[in-house]
Design a protein around this ligand. Structure first.
Ligand SMILES: Cc1ncc(COP(=O)(O)O)c(C=O)c1O
Length: 264
C-alpha cells in the first residue's frame, strides 16, 4: 500500500504522479469529498487532472463518494467519475451514512466490462443483497421524503458541527472547518499522549478515533477524529469540555514529568 497525503486544498499531485511513475499501481482508492477522517475535499480542477493521470499511467481510480450528499452550505464539486471518458474511474457510494448502515445497499457505477467482472465477485462474497430490502429502498430513494430527510439532516449536522467548533475554540487545538461530512479532524497540542487520552476518555464514556490508526504509516499520532453526527448538541458540549479537561491534565502531568527528569 502506498500512502498519499491529502491537504485542506486537495492532493499533492506531484506525489501521486511520482508514485504512478515509479510503482505503477493498478488502483488508487480515494475518498475525495469530505474525506474520512480529515474532512478535506479535492477541488474540481484537481479532479480533472487526476483522471488525466489515471489515463496516462493506466491506473484505475476508485472514487468512494459516500459523503457527497452530506454538505453544509454548498454542494461539493461533481464526482471525479463525471470527468472520466475512458473508463478509468469506478464510482462507489453507500446509503449507510444517511439512511441506515444495516440496510447494506450501496451503489457502484463503472464501465460494463468492469461490472461484468465485479458481479460474480459480489455474488460469491455474500450471495447478493436481499432483493426485498432493495425493492423497499427503491421506493424511498425516489421519494420526496428522502430529499426532505437529507435536507433536514444537513441542517442538523451543521448545527452540531458548529457547536463542537464553538466549544473547541476555547482550546489551542487546531482543525480546518469541514464543509460537509460527519467529523472534525483535530490536531492536539504537543504533550498530550493520545493513547492515554483515549483510555481516560473511555472511562467517562467519551470516544474518538486516534489519527494513527487512520494512517497506513502509523504516524499522525497527534491527530484525532471527533464525530459530531451521533449525539445531541448538549452532550457534544459536555463531552468536548470533558475531553479538553482530560487532555489538559495529561499535558500538565507530562510537563511535570519532564521537569522531574531534568531536575534529576
Ligand atoms: C469513506 C467511507 N466509505 C465507505 C464506508 C462504509 O459504508 P458501508 O456501511 O456502506 O459499508 C464508510 C463508513 O464508515 C466510510 O467512511
Amino acid at each position: 500500500m502506498l500512502p498519499v497525503d491529502i491537504h485542506p486544498d486537495g492532493y499533492d499531485l506531484e506525489q501521486i504522479e511520482g508514485w504512478m511513475k515509479r510503482a505503477k499501481p493498478r488502483l488508487f482508492y480515494m475518498n475525495p469529498t469530505f474525506h474520512n477522517p480529515t474532512g478535506f475535499t479535492v477541488p474540481a480542477w484537481q479532479r480533472k487532472l487526476l483522471v488525466e493521470l489515471a489515463e496516462r499511467y493506466k491506473c484505475m481510480l476508485v472514487e468512494d463518494d459516500v459523503f457527497h450528499d452530506i454538505y453544509f452550505e454548498e454542494s461539493p464539486p461533481p464526482p471525479i467519475f463525471s470527468y472520466d471518458t475512458e473508463g478509468y474511474v469506478i464510482y462507489i457510494s453507500s446509503f449507510s451514512k444517511y439512511i441506515a448502515p444495516g440496510l447494506r445497499v450501496a451503489v457502484i457505477a463503472a464501465r460494463s466490462s468492469i461490472m461484468k467482472s465485479l458481479m460474480p465477485v459480489k455474488a460469491l462474497l455474500d450471495n447478493g443483497s436481499p432483493l426485498l430490502n432493495q425493492k423497499i429502498f427503491l421506493l424511498y430513494f425516489f421519494s420526496k421524503r428522502l430529499q426532505e430527510h437529507v435536507a433536514k439532516l444537513r441542517i442538523a449536522l451543521q448545527i452540531r458541527k458548529e457547536k463542537m467548533e464553538q466549544v473547541l475554540s476555547a482550546s489551542n487545538w487546531s482543525w480546518t472547518s469541514p464543509k460537509g461530512g460527519l467529523s472534525l479532524w483535530v490536531q492536539l497540542p504537543k504533550g498530550v499522549a493520545v493513547d492515554l487520552l483515549l483510555e481516560r476518555s473511555l472511562q467517562q464514556s467519551i470516544a474518538f478515533v486516534p489519527g494513527s490508526i487512520c494512517d497506513p504509516l502509523g504516524h499522525l499520532d497527534d491527530w484525532i477524529r471527533l464525530n459530531f453526527s451521533y449525539i445531541q448538541q448538549d452532550l457534544i458540549e459536555e463531552g468536548v469540555q470533558k475531553l479538553m479537561v482530560i487532555a489538559d491534565s495529561i499535558k500538565q502531568e507530562y510537563s511535570y514529568l519532564i521537569l522531574v527528569i531534568i531536575e534529576d
